[in-house]
Design a protein around this ligand. Structure first.
Ligand code: SF4
Length: 209
């Protein structure tokens, strides 16, 4: 089976296993999604949701967040890792949205990449989840599972993103991101993958470093 056919098979099986796989981040607007995604770096979705429940009540749009006091904002997001840096990033991000985009999030991958704290993974997630446009973000789960399956032969997220986008039909990019994350969280754990319980075991090269 070639790699494109292998991807189709794996996606089919994972769709059955994780129906309706989607982001677990809570948000009510694309702006709130952007903030949640920036906060999620090196933090769990549960930690982010605990913080954003109050954060979004206090600063529901970029206009309030742009005017926030930085020290107070740091305290507001203390529940996530790297909160000093993230507080600066989300405040600056809100200021850019207000000053350059009239408070709207730009629906453009390259413009998203220019926002503070937004890297390629985040921009892909925002395009796909926020705007229902093609996007395939590579996080630690997507990278690990893809390598173990033998779909990619590198740890470089940028190269993995390009390779997966080549192998996977464009209409499946966003869903595949979520399916591989679910599978990485539930079964293909970093330390002890549960290969004996894995529904895609038969197609996996099990390249486990
Ligand atoms: S067979 Fe093992 S290594 Fe391969 S995807 Fe499943 S859990 Fe991961």
């Amino acid at each position: 089976m070639d790699k494109k056919a292998l991807c189709r098979k794996i996606i089919d099986v994972l769709e059955q296993e994780y129906p309706g796989a989607e982001t677990r981040l809570d948000f009510k607007s694309v702006f709130q999604l952007v903030v949640a995604v920036v906060l999620s770096a090196q933090s769990t979705d549960a930690q982010v949701n605990r913080v954003t429940a109050q954060l979004f009540a206090k600063y529901p749009t970029p206009f309030q967040l742009a005017e926030s006091n930085l020290e107070e904002l740091e305290q507001d997001i203390r529940g996530v890792g790297l909160y000093h840096t993230k507080a600066r990033n989300i405040q600056k991000l809100a200021q850019v949205l207000v000053e350059e985009y009239a408070g709207e999030v730009p629906e453009d991958f390259d413009l998203l990449l220019r926002l503070p704290g937004v890297g390629r993974k985040s921009a892909n997630v925002i395009m796909s989840v926020g705007f229902d446009k093609p996007g395939l973000g590579v996080d630690t789960h997507v990278a690990r599972v893809s390598r173990r399956l033998g779909l990619v032969e590198t740890a470089n997220p940028r190269i993995i993103e390009d390779k997966l986008k080549e192998l996977i039909p464009i209409e499946k990019w966003g869903e595949t991101h979520h399916l591989l994350i679910y599978h990485g969280r539930e079964i293909c754990h970093a330390r002890k993958p549960k290969c004996h319980q894995c529904v895609i075991n038969a197609w996996c090269l099990k390249i486990i470093e």
